[in-house]
Design a protein around this ligand. Structure first.
Ligand code: KG4
Ligand code: ZN
Length: 338
């Protein structure tokens, strides 16, 4: 068996088909086949996502092995996302990964996608966060505050009660007539805008839980009102609206993160998931770190949004426990931690 282990990973929980190979912490390849088909619909169409995974998965695997310069018989194990995610999308990756591993005579390891987002921090040459740490995982489907005691011992201590932060970005962008996914588009526009131009009230949610659906309704009403006064309102104020919306979403996230630090006494803080690519959030986190004495960890961009390298890392941590995993694992769209 090669040492450190060589792990191949498959990610297919939503609309990106990912295949990666890692050797220990080193990422040898991280292939992502993005599905542009959804752009025309302003959101992910599950049926089309499953079909595109079926189309992309073999070429993506071939490319990942080629880039990594690894042969199938050199691999130690295959890790795959078994949930949470879209049922049809997961089905393709789960069935393919288990079959491919079985045919090659190596173990297959089911991975929780949200746990994998957190473990993206252990990829690459940067120093790992020290345990325990807090991770704000912000993606298109989830928004969670996670207390990470060790690589495989983590618990959700706060989460959104309705929409995810990424969903809020995407829905507001759609209301503004911007393309999908809206998060990166709003991020770019916000760089030239005034975050204080428009103000939105913060939802009142007790404890460490969050809510974003009220904000979305508030912004919808605000845009309707603006357009009634001036049909070109959105176009004329695009950057300022983007900056103001982004500041509101970041405000909610950071207030809860600060609450989590106070509650747990843990000042080692990480962010993960697609929204952690947001430049405003990254900047605000750094200034919080300086002001409050936090130690922050922000993953490189390629490990923020969905990717298979993070799944490989979670697979490696599970492999190192020596546990074995059955072959009758099925996709679990609503999989939770532990
Ligand atoms: O983690 P991810 O790739 O997929 C899920 O597991 O959901 O996250 C996708 C989400 C989308 O909502 C997308 O708009 C958002 O991440 N996103 C961003 C940025 N890049 C991606 N949101 C704000 N700013 C960004 N730069
Ligand atoms: Zn994700």
């Amino acid at each position: 068996m090669p040492h450190p282990p060589l792990i191949l990973a498959i990610e297919s929980s939503c609309d990106d088909t990912g295949v990666a190979v890692i050797r220990g912490h080193e990422v040898l390849s991280n292939v992502i086949a993005n599905q542009s088909v959804h752009e025309n619909y302003g959101g992910v169409v599950p049926e089309l996502a499953s079909r595109a995974h079926a189309q992309n998965i073999v070429p993506a695997l071939a490319e990942a092995l080629k880039i990594a310069e690894v042969l199938p018989n050199e691999l130690t194990a295959v890790a795959y996302t078994c949930g949470p995610g879209l049922m049809g999308s997961l089905h393709v990756g789960v069935a393919f990964a288990k079959s491919w591993a079985w045919a090659n005579g190596i173990p297959s390891i089911p991975v929780n996608h949200m746990q994998a987002h957190v473990l993206a921090h252990f990829l690459g040459p940067n120093p790992d966060p020290g345990f325990p740490f807090l991770c704000l995982t912000v993606s298109g489907g989830h928004t969670q505050l996670v207390k990470v005691v060790s690589a495989l011992d983590m618990s959700v201590i706060g989460e959104t009660r309705d929409d995810a932060a990424g969903e809020a970005f995407d829905k507001v962008a759609k209301l503004m007539g911007l393309p999908y996914p809206g998060g990166p588009v709003l991020d770019r526009l916000a760089r030239d805008g005034n975050p204080n131009k428009f103000r939105f009230s913060k939802p009142r949610v007790s404890g460490l839980d969050m809510s974003f659906s009220g904000l979305k309704t508030q912004i919808w009403q605000f845009l309707q009102h603006g357009q009634q006064e001036d049909p070109r309102f959105v176009e004329a104020n695009q950057s300022d609206i983007a900056a103001s919306v982004q500041a509101s979403i970041i405000g909610i996230l950071l207030e809860k993160l600060e609450g989590a630090v106070t509650q747990t006494g843990i000042a080692e803080v990480a962010i993960a998931g697609g929204v952690s690519a947001n430049s405003g959030l990254r900047k605000a986190l750094f200034s919080n770190a300086e002001r409050l004495g936090w130690k922050v960890h922000i993953p490189p961009f390629e490990f923020c949004t969905d990717n298979a390298a993070m799944v490989a890392m979670a697979g490696l941590k599970l492999f190192e426990t020596g546990r074995s995993f059955p072959l009758d694992i099925e996709p679990m769209p609503r999989l939770k931690f532990n």
